[in-house]
Design a protein around this ligand. Structure first.
Ligand code: NM2
Length: 510
């Protein structure tokens, strides 16, 4: 037993674990009250503090532009003549599938329908302009500026591990140039505990969006009556635990890398099928228009706080998304940082940003294009189904329009299962890394530690399902993302300082 805990950083592990257990128990015991509190918190964070999330997004985008065009962009994250540890294809597959889960499929289909029913900029619902924005806006929420949130953490972690050769994947350690000695003390522990919360919060949002829809699809395919709804949901979660538990157990090279490659292939096949079955040319037409709209309205969308209106669109979507991306930032920072040995700063920053954006935009172009086509052509009134039956009803209605719909439903389930499994295994991996004392770049954190976190995600998600509703699921990300804004800013300053310090040292040596 003693040996088991030997390499565990107890000051981070124990408080984080206890808070999460207390939180989960509270959700299970008092779902009604928790729901009330959640509503108040959600509206406070998104309405009153929305501007802060938006500024942070612009700041990290600006940071990326500055760093990649500066002289530091060419610095290699590793030894000077070293080759990248993973080849480009595996690297892209791993980073994309780690950062993106089931929601890209579910929200890819449904977000445009939410938008066309309640559009931004006071547009008339279901007008032509509303359709145009509906097709594009999801691509903004999953686009360049969103992926830019990850860069400060990725560069900071990879720089510390592969240039300064320190044996720690922890974010607190990456903040050392700003926090100095405090990064080993209580301030550092707070940073790492926030990281744990962020990861658990953001994954709970993913599971909270994904699990109910998938279990409803499975019930539909196998004709299981509604009274077994909860049982099916639990079974879905258990299957998930088994899939990613295996992948986590096998570790980074054998498990996660393989599953990510399978994930990308399956996702492409599924997207290709929808593109071919759907109105292919119309979807391309929509996309070209969306690219133009994205480019022309980028600043407008990035600063749209709707100060004189109700601000519903920006708070319920843009601010929620930025909170979710920030909550994901530590996990992506540690994970992509870890797999980026041997690449230059510029290559890593632009690589993850461009490939990530490309993958997300393809999903929104195709899935969103297909559902908007169904809505506008009058084939299926998805907006009404969405309002009356929620996400599951609308997704099932979309899939029913496809040939061999039951098979397509099963296919979608498999794609979603694998998508989320690849995200969760990366999360469990970095959580275990955060709660481990020393970790050289060759080592994986302890298996039991990795699996423990994976199981905890599921228990928390079942709790969120008991509360029900999209709001609870969204709130947990926004709340856990909020304090991480401070960490993100510290990381940006820290990267700049580390680069400058090392440059000065180098000059002195010459
Ligand atoms: N993002 C939106 O379930 C998922 O697709 C996770 C999380 C990238 C922060 C996506």
């Amino acid at each position: 037993m003693k040996k088991l805990f030997e390499n565990i950083e107890k000051k981070i592990f124990i408080p984080a674990f206890l808070v999460l257990i207390v939180l989960t128990l509270t959700i299970y015991l008092f779902p009604g009250q928790v729901n009330g509190v959640i509503s108040i918190l959600f509206s406070f964070c998104t309405h009153e503090l929305g501007w802060l999330f938006m500024l942070t997004c612009l700041a990290s985008f600006g940071f990326m532009i500055w760093l990649t065009f500066s002289k530091y962009g060419k610095i290699k994250l590793g030894n000077k003549d070293e080759k990248p540890q993973y080849n480009n294809l595996s690297w892209i597959a791993m980073l994309f599938t780690a950062g993106v889960g089931t929601s890209i499929v579910i929200l890819g289909f449904l977000e445009p329908i939410y938008y066309v029913s309640a559009p931004p900029f006071d547009l008339e619902p279901f007008s032509n302009a509303a359709y145009e924005y509906a097709h594009m806006y999801g691509q903004f929420h999953w686009g360049f500026s969103a992926w830019a949130f990850y860069n400060p953490a990725i560069v900071a972690i990879a720089y510390v591990m592969y240039v300064r050769k320190e044996n720690s994947i922890r974010l607190s350690n990456a903040c050392r140039s700003v926090l100095h000695k405090k990064s080993d003390g209580w301030l550092g522990h707070i940073v790492d505990i926030l990281v744990v919360f962020g990861i658990v919060g953001s994954i709970s949002t993913s599971l909270g969006i994904g699990a109910p829809v998938l279990s409803d699809i499975i019930r539909e395919v196998f004709g299981i009556p509604a009274q077994y709804d909860f049982t099916v949901k639990i079974i879905v979660l258990i299957i998930w635990v088994l899939i990613f538990g295996t992948s986590v157990y096998l570790g980074l090279d054998k498990g996660i890398q393989r599953l990510s490659n399978i994930n990308v292939v399956l996702a492409f096949i599924f997207m290709g099928l929808i593109l071919l079955i759907g109105p292919t040319m119309q979807i391309f037409k929509m996309e070209v228009n969306s690219i133009g709209l994205y480019a022309s309205d980028f600043i407008k969308m990035s600063t749209y706080t709707d100060p004189f209106g109700e601000g519903k669109f920006s708070s319920e979507w843009t601010v929620f998304y930025w909170g979710w991306w920030i909550a994901f930032m530590p996990m992506m920072g540690m994970f992509v940082g870890k797999i980026s040995r041997g690449r230059t700063i510029k290559n890593v920053m632009w690589g993850q940003l461009l490939w990530g954006t490309l993958g997300c935009c393809c999903s929104f172009m195709i899935f969103g294009g297909y559902s908007l086509y169904l809505q506008q052509s009058g084939k299926v009134d998805l907006a009404t189904i969405l309002a009356e039956e929620g996400n599951s009803g609308a997704i099932i209605a979309i899939l029913q329009t496809l040939p061999m719909s039951k098979i397509m439903m099963l296919f979608l389930c498999i794609v979603c299962f694998v998508y989320l499994a690849t995200t969760i295994d990366s999360c469990a991996y970095v959580l275990a890394g955060t709660t481990t004392k020393r970790l050289s770049y060759k080592e994986d954190p302890a298996r039991w530690n990795r699996i423990l976190w994976a199981v905890l995600f599921c228990v928390l998600s079942i709790g969120l399902m008991i509360i029900g509703g999209l709001e609870a699921v969204k709130t947990i990300s926004v709340l856990t993302g909020l304090p991480l804004i401070a960490v993100l800013i510290v990381l940006m300053v820290s990267v700049k300082r580390m680069l400058k310090e090392d440059e000065e040292k180098e000059e002195k040596r010459k």
